[in-house]
Design a protein around this ligand. Structure first.
Ligand SMILES: [Zn+2]
Length: 93
């Protein structure tokens, strides 16, 4: 059942309550990600926003956590074998 306060999640499309806005800014044109962001100006700072449901907010937070903790791509040719192994060990923990 829907009512006037129901709102569609911009990510999954489910209609319901408890929609909240994610605010993102990184001084980069995030429209290039081909995501239907809205823009909001707060005190001169432009934020890209998405109104999403609780499940989608949780997935967004998991994605950030995964990105932050995934450092396997930081292995470089310049690292010694021991440094590479240390990076892999940290990734697996
Ligand atoms: Zn959703």
């Amino acid at each position: 059942m829907t009512n006037e306060s129901d709102e569609r999640c911009q990510r999954c499309g489910i209609v319901g309550q408890d929609r909240r806005a994610l605010f993102m800014a990184c001084f980069y044109e995030m429209q290039e990600l081909n995501i239907n962001f809205q823009k909001q100006n707060i005190d001169g700072q432009i934020f890209y926003t998405l109104r999403v449901c609780k499940d989608c907010r949780a997935k967004w937070m998991e994605s950030i956590q995964h990105w932050f903790n995934s450092k396997i791509h930081l292995i470089t040719e310049q690292q010694t074998a021991e440094e590479k192994l240390e990076t892999i060990r940290n990734f697996l923990l």
